[in-house]
Design a protein around this ligand. Structure first.
Ligand code: FES
Length: 104
């Protein structure tokens, strides 16, 4: 298990999402929900859409392709056609102001 440094929290406005490539080229979506930080896979489990191109509605990210959605906090599918959960990553806000993601 390791941690990877991602973006500065100041680059992520409240209730917004950003795409970030990890060192192994895994693409993740990093979210700021009311000042809490979350991270999931950025690729929708229904197709090849980047969720970071979608919209946040409440605690959910809406996929830009077919408007299925996922719970940002858990990665669980919330609306069809999404039925497979997203990979979810633990996050931590470092004292240096960067968001860190735990990689299994
Ligand atoms: S590709 Fe995301 S809902 Fe279809």
């Amino acid at each position: 298990m390791a941690e990877e440094k991602t973006i500065k929290h100041s680059e992520l406005e409240t209730n917004s999402v950003r795409q970030f490539y990890l060192e192994d080229d895994t693409v993740v979506a990093i979210y700021n929900l009311e000042g809490e930080y979350f991270a999931t896979s950025d690729v929708c489990t229904h197709g090849q859409a980047f969720l970071s191109d979608g919209d946040i509605r409440g605690d959910e990210i809406i996929c830009p392709f077919h408007e299925g959605s996922f719970d940002i906090r858990t990665g669980e599918p919330a609306d069809p056609p999404c039925v497979i959960p997203l990979e979810r990553y633990e996050t931590r806000l470092g004292e240096d102001g960067y968001i860190y993601i735990t990689i299994e």
